[in-house]
Design a protein around this ligand. Structure first.
Ligand code: SAH
Length: 340
């Protein structure tokens, strides 16, 4: 059985045509799924009973079950979803004054091995399909009965290691007849898979690209992020410059500050040198310590000094608000949990 949420609207139209049905039925089904957010074919009441039966015989709705839901004192919610094959993933909802943001996972586990991230050290299982990425948004919207305004691909996994499915999911999220969330409200974060940055630039999408930089020289970055041994900072910056030139869009560089590692003024100076003249923004993340992790959070004093130095030198930098730390829902704290 095929998951009906694996199709974008064009593909669903083809599916319906191949079943001998009229094309416009696809639009009706799309609306039931993404606008009315029904969970069963039987709820699609403008379809004939025969068609509903046919759909049930050929497709599933693949609704995720909520295995666990935790709520932080700051309103952040963390969901553990059963992805229906014995695996589970985490998705986080954050409330900001400008709306609700959800942080979606793109893979079950992650291959990148960043030393400071809790998704490291757990087995990589597989990439998520388009339908499974989109279902995280649907399931949260169904649970809260409200609309999500922003999506960040910053949960478990490396979105550019699952490029095609992520791009396809963006199309469904973006479609005005689908979830109708504008590309400007979608951010994708990558640890720096250079060839995919070029590919993404050529898509000319309006999404925000975030780059997990975290260090300003290869020695330091390689110690934090093994991906740097494959694509070093010079290659990464070259790809970033290509992206900016091609799209004329600002890149958001993420920089997680770890005590006595990358948080002193010399690091800030190197960062200014690296980013000078680029259309960018720096998002400083106070690092969240993970179990058995070697990195600990910088002092507030250092974080503020680091930010002020960048701003003084003309690089716009902000400190990311820490949300959901009390329920292990903050940056880098997500893990794949087993069902047992
Ligand atoms: N794989 C992608 C997206 C997932 S992580 C990437 O690497 O960009 C989203 C962000 O959280 C990344 O910038 C990541 O480096 C950061 N992060 C991971 N672990 C963290 C931790 N313990 N503290 C703070 N930020 C962390």
């Amino acid at each position: 059985m095929k998951n009906i949420k694996e199709y974008n609207l064009d593909e669903l139209q083809n599916e319906l045509l191949s079943m001998g049905e009229k094309k416009y039925r696809a639009e009706q089904i799309f609306k039931w799924i993404y606008v009315d957010k029904v969970k069963e074919f039987d709820e699609m009441t403008n379809l004939s009973i025969e068609l509903r039966e046919k759909l049930k015989q050929n497709y599933t709705m693949c609704n995720f079950n909520i295995l666990k839901k935790q709520e932080s004192s700051d309103g952040t919610k963390k969901y553990l979803f059963d992805v229906l094959d014995g695996n589970a993933i985490e998705t986080v909802l954050m409330q900001y004054h400008h709306g609700i943001t959800i942080c979606v996972s793109s893979q079950i586990g992650c291959k990148m091995g960043c030393k400071f991230c809790a998704s490291t050290g757990i087995k990589f299982v597989r990439s998520l399909s388009c339908g499974e990425i989109v279902e995280q948004i649907l399931a949260v919207e169904q649970d809260i009965g409200d609309k999500i305004s922003n999506i960040v691909f910053m949960g478990i996994g490396e979105p550019f290691d699952n490029y095609d499915n992520v791009m396809k999911a963006i199309k469904v999220i973006n479609n005005q007849k689908g979830l109708n969330i504008g590309a400007r409200h979608i951010s994708i974060s990558t640890s720096g898979l250079v060839p995919m940055i070029y590919k993404f630039a050529d898509e000319e999408l309006q999404c925000t690209l975030s780059i997990s930089l975290h260090a300003t020289n290869d020695e330091k970055r390689s110690k934090m992020m093994p991906i740097n041994n494959r694509y070093n900072i010079q290659e990464l910056m070259k790809a970033c410059k290509y992206y900016i030139e091609k799209t004329n869009k600002r890149i958001s560089f993420e920089y997680a500050l770890a005590k006595d590692n990358n948080d002193n003024l010399d690091d800030a100076k190197e960062l200014v040198k690296l980013l000078k003249g680029m259309l960018c923004h720096v998002n400083l993340i106070p690092i969240n310590k993970i179990e058995n992790g070697e990195f600990t959070k910088s002092s507030n004093e250092n974080i503020i000094r680091f930010r002020d130095y960048l701003n003084e030198k003309g690089i716009v930098a902000t400190i990311r608000r820490e949300l959901g730390a009390d329920i292990d829902a903050a940056c880098g704290q997500l893990r794949r949990k087993n069902l047992v």
